[in-house]
Design a protein around this ligand. Structure first.
Ligand SMILES: [Zn+2]
Length: 357
């Protein structure tokens, strides 16, 4: 009888455990039990009935219990107490065997599912992380300035920087700013329509010196309307002369463009525009960038950034106070190519602005 109690306890435990096993696999009810019974042909199952806790513990057990009552309920009155006990134990063993089979099947299913999940995780770990990265940006829509910082991780400063350009230049501190020393000369050049602006590259040898630092002119390009504002006032266009020093620091001279007389150097650039975007024309003539610099050399200065991705900061801005003139026809020509290619005003964030007295 002690064995019987142990078996009941064991079966109860396994039944409880299996109740938590996903996915459920149904026991083959009576069939799994039948083979055991013939050892005691005609034997009753009162013992099984007595273990009511087991019968109600799972559907598999209850179905086996009902089927066995139809097949072997004729318990012989002659059967001794010992025989009945043996019969009950045998019935119980059969149920336990069935339950164990279910558990093993569930275990195998779980192991297979785990192996599958592991395999998926391994494949995911081996694959490079999915990251939205593009080099395409524009001035409008989804790839416009509001989203530049999210298009490419290298452009994060466009969204998160606090020294960004352009700004509305106002409340400058009037001081005696040193003159920018322009050392420009006639240079060979090439013109590219790079899809964002018209850009002029110059051969080396053109420099500015400011704060005891010498920067070489790399290229100049145009925006419409002007990116920067002066006391809230914008201009029809702006020209940016981009310089770099030996340590890679950038200084940009900004020249506002207003309607007026034709500008010969700008005309030279327009005359040599390439016919196709992203192509470069390299004329055999020279261009003197000194012809662009106004007579009056007063300027505003502040620390900012590139106004296009990657929006790198640490750029020294030198915005000339006197605008440059260009004819309405020259302005109109650029607007046919780029009616709008300027970044909106960025927060000043308490930056110091100095201006010539
Ligand atoms: Zn620019």
């Amino acid at each position: 009888m002690r064995t019987l109690i142990a078996l009941i306890a064991c079966c109860f435990v396994t039944a409880t455990a299996s109740a938590n096993d996903p996915p459920p696999i149904k026991a083959a009810p009576a069939k799994g039990i039948e083979p055991v019974r013939p050892h005691y042909p005609g034997a009753g199952n009162q013992g099984a009935k007595g273990s009511g806790g087991d019968a109600s513990s799972s559907s598999a057990s209850s179905s086996s219990s009902s089927s066995s009552s139809s097949s072997s309920s004729a318990s012989s009155p002659r059967m001794s107490e010992r025989e009945r006990e043996a019969q009950a134990e045998a019935d119980l063993s059969a149920k336990i065997a069935a339950r164990l089979a279910v558990m093993r099947a569930n275990q195998a299913a779980r192991a297979a599912a785990q192996a599958r999940a592991k395999k998926v995780a391994a494949v995911a770990a081996a694959a490079p992380p999915v990251q939205f990265r593009s080099n395409h940006w524009s001035y409008e829509g989804e790839t416009g300035p509001a989203n530049w910082g999210r298009i490419n991780p290298d452009w994060a400063k466009c969204g998160s920087g606090n020294r960004q350009s352009p700004i509305d230049i106002r409340d400058g501190m009037k001081v005696e700013l040193e003159q920018i020393a322009f050392d420009y000369k006639p240079s060979s050049f090439s013109v590219t329509d790079n899809g964002h602006t018209v850009q002029v590259m110059l051969s080396g040898g053109n420099f500015i010196t400011i704060q005891n630092r010498m920067y070489e002119l790399m290229q100049f390009h145009f925006h419409r309307p002007s990116e920067e504002r002066i006391n809230g006032k914008g201009y029809e266009m702006v020209l940016h002369l981009v310089h770099k020093d030996a340590e890679g620091r950038l200084a940009v001279v900004a020249l506002m463009l207003e309607r007026g007389r034709p500008q010969p150097t700008i005309q030279t650039v327009w005359n040599n525009l390439p016919l196709e975007k992203l192509e470069t024309s390299t004329p055999s003539i020279v261009l003197d960038p000194a012809d662009l610099i106004p007579q009056r050399r007063d300027y505003f200065t502040y620390m900012g950034s590139l106004t296009t991705p990657p929006c790198s900061e640490g750029v020294l801005w030198l915005v000339m106070k006197e605008p440059l003139q260009a004819s309405p026809a020259q302005m109109a020509l650029f607007s046919r190519l780029y009616p709008l290619n300027s970044r909106p005003i960025q927060p000043g964030s308490g930056r110091m602005i100095k201006e010539s007295n």
